[in-house]
Design a protein around this ligand. Structure first.
Ligand code: ADP
Ligand code: MG
Length: 255
């Protein structure tokens, strides 16, 4: 499924949050969204997921989701939103329960996603027994369980330390390489953006507009920490963001 944002404008009360923003998200690609804090990134994800409607403009979903898709759009958030009293398996089944699937089918789906995220041996564990990185792997498994057409990821690695973030990036790349998915991936971390994005969409400060779209042509599986081409792209992104980030920072202080 491709997603299309057309001429999106949005206000919260008198605050203009997004101005005339149009963007295509092609299927099978990861589009990273970066921009200063408060520029409307999470708001755009909510529009894409249908949780909220913009003041004006259109959001189009083009094409059919995969046949076995239970939910075309699914979220992964910074805070893992796992139910503490449910096991890993129970947390994943949470999103499968209202679809009229047999117990056997649900078990098979859980087995499949846990294998893909390397969590099979933690099936019976409770969230409190798991590290932050493992909890986020569970949240990613839960998102994958519904075979989504699009994964909407809002700073999914921001709560993790830098080593764990590296491991999770490797995991996401391996998952994507094995079975490409479409994703809109919000991050404030430029390194994540150049490691995971097929394209990086740079937003201006509020009201959010597109400043630039930077394509990154290296295959995901060939992107490594410290790659000079990626470092160069990261610098380019920072040059695009520096002024906006500085101005946004002052705005926040002056509020
Ligand atoms: P980002 O994710 O880029 O940091 P958000 O999309 O969360 O930014 O928010 C964009 C702007 O909209 C911010 O100024 C924020 O305070 C404001 N905002 C977000 N949600 C609401 C809401 N429900 N009501 C009022 N203002 C909101
Ligand atoms: Mg946000």
């Amino acid at each position: 499924m491709d997603l299309k944002l057309k001429n999106i404008n949005h206000h919260y009360g008198s605050v203009e949050v997004i101005r005339d923003l149009s963007l295509d998200i092609p299927r099978g690609q990861i589009a990273c969204l970066i921009g200063p804090s408060g520029c409307g990134k999470s708001t755009l994800l909510r529009f894409l997921g249908g949780l909220e409607r913009p003041s004006s403009g259109e959001i189009l979903q083009i094409g059919q989701p995969p046949e076995d898709c239970l939910n075309p759009l699914t979220y992964v958030f910074q805070h893992f939103a796992l139910l503490p009293w449910r096991t890993v398996e129970g947390n994943i089944k949470l999103v499968l329960e209202d679809h009229g699937l047999s117990r056997r089918k649900m078990d098979d789906i859980v087995t499949n996603v846990l294998e893909r995220t390397r969590l099979s041996e933690f099936r019976e564990a409770l969230p409190k027994q798991l590290s932050g990185g493992m909890r986020q792997r569970v949240a990613i498994s839960r998102a994958l369980a519904v075979r989504p057409a699009v994964m909407l990821m809002d700073e999914p690695l921001s709560a993790l330390d830098s080593q764990t973030r590296e491991l999770l990036m490797d995991d996401l790349i391996a998952l994507w390489t094995r079975q490409p998915f479409t994703s809109v991936y919000v991050t404030h971390n430029l390194n994540e953006a150049v490691r995971l994005g097929h394209r990086v969409v740079v937003l201006s400060r509020r009201p959010g507009r597109i400043r630039e779209i930077v394509d990154i042509d290296i295959p995901l599986s060939e992107r490594h920490l410290g790659d000079p081409v990626l470092d160069e792209k990261q610098k380019q992104l920072w040059e695009l963001m520096r002024e906006e980030a500085a101005a946004a920072d002052k705005e926040l202080i002056n509020v």
